[in-house]
Each structure stands twice: as C-alpha cells, then as structure tokens.
Design a protein around this ligand. Structure first.
Ligand SMILES: [Zn+2]
Length: 233
C-alpha cells in the first residue's frame, strides 16, 4: 500500500462536504505504467472509504483507500489516499547526503531526476540525469574549465579528478543519453529501458564519487578504534 501525494491527484470530486480525489495519475502496481485512475466513490463514510479502479494500460484492478478523514478549517472532510498494490518506486542511492562536494542543489537535481523517472517521463528523466552530470563535473573541475561544453569538460576531467576510464565512459554514456532526451528526434526517443540504464549509471557514478570515499574513511576510523582498544589492554 502506498500513500498518494496531493500532487498526483489530477481532479477532486465536486462535493461540498468532502475533498476527495476523482482522478489520480499514478504508477500501476501491476504493469508499472503511470496511468490515470478514475475514482468513483459509491458510499460516503466519515471514518474510512474504499473503492477500486482499473488501469487503462493493463486492465488490472487497483484498490484505493481514503483514511484518516478529518474536518479542516473550511469544514470540509479531508483525508489520506492510498493505493494497493503499489509499484516499486525508485529512490536515490543509499548514503548520499549533502557535503562540501555534493551540494544541496545537486541533491535536489538528483531527487528531481528520480521523481521524474518514477512518473514514467523517460525523456525528462534522462535530461535531468545529464543536468546532474554537469553539476558533478563542475564540482570536480576548477572554475576556469567549468564553462566548457560537457563533452570537453569530461575530456579534461581525467587530469583533475580520480575519474578513471571506465567511469569516464560511463559519464559519456549519461551525457549521450541525456542528449537523446534534450534534442527533438522523431526516430529516437528515450524509452523506459534507456532511462533505467542512464539513471543506474548515475547511481554508480554518485556512489563511486561521493558515497564510497566516506565508507572507506569510516572503515579506516573503525580499524583505528579497534587498534586503540587493543593497545589499551
Ligand atoms: Zn497497469
């Protein structure tokens, strides 16, 4: 069961008493497509309500629960909407946090890329991945190199950062995938598969550059503590 955020509610019912969703855009738990579910509430209740709706993609039925119903200041009954079953939503890589090297705007860009991916907007997702790649290269390069085009930045990055060939190849792949989303092309448009590859690669890159060094440091200090403890004996 997954909570449906108000931003996913496309339309509310015309009712003076209830503020309750009439249609929601959400990822189907059966086929993982983001589709519109039309919600028809047969009976109204002040404690909890239930309905079901079929996915326009696969035709399977999802259940919707309206719970935690409360009266707001406008004397309208509002509540929380949940869907079941829920599709797996993608999250940002574990252990990513704001540091000197990974700024809050980079974290925001990363979150946006993942959110747009979860909405099934493949072109948008790869464009945002490419944008974050720009943020990453900028964070690794001196200011004098930061205004070059992204492919040039990646060429010079080898001299400035510990970005070895496999990772550079990976960064180029994200750049190329992002271009596919950014430039209109009737023949080639990123689909779910491309988008998934690109965002997977972005996860690897971020883990390698920002998460792994922190883990290694933690391991070192833990080993240090162990040897201190042993010498105290
Ligand atoms: Zn479906």
């Amino acid at each position: 069961m997954r909570f449906i955020e108000p931003k996913n509610i496309a339309k509310y019912q015309d009712s003076n008493k209830y503020k309750i969703a009439k249609s929601v855009d959400f990822k189907c738990g059966h086929c993982s497509r983001t589709v519109n579910f039309l919600l028809v509430w047969d009976s109204y209740n002040e404690s909890s309500m239930f309905t079901s709706s079929r996915c326009s993609g696969c035709g399977e039925e999802s259940r919707f629960y309206f719970v935690e119903i409360k009266e707001n200041e406008q004397e309208t009954l509002t509540g929380d909407l949940y869907i079941s079953p829920s599709a797996e939503l993608r999250r940002i890589a574990d252990g990513v946090e704001i540091t000197e090297k990974f700024s809050s705007s980079m974290l925001r860009a990363y979150n946006s890329a993942v959110n747009v991916y979860n909405l099934g907007e493949w072109s948008g997702a790869v464009v945002l991945c490419r944008r974050l790649l720009e943020g990453i290269t900028k964070s690794l390069l001196p200011e004098s190199e930061q205004n070059k085009p992204l492919n040039k930045q990646l060429e010079v990055i080898a001299g400035h950062a510990e970005l070895q060939k496999p990772l550079l190849t990976l960064a180029h792949a994200i750049r190329i995938g992002g271009n596919l989303g950014a430039h209109f092309d009737l023949e080639r448009e990123p689909d779910e598969v491309v988008s998934k590859y690109i965002i997977d690669m972005l996860d690897y890159l971020i883990e390698y550059l920002y998460v792994l060094p922190k883990r290694i440091e933690e391991l070192h200090s833990h080993i240090e503590e162990l040897s201190n403890k042993n010498s105290e004996r």
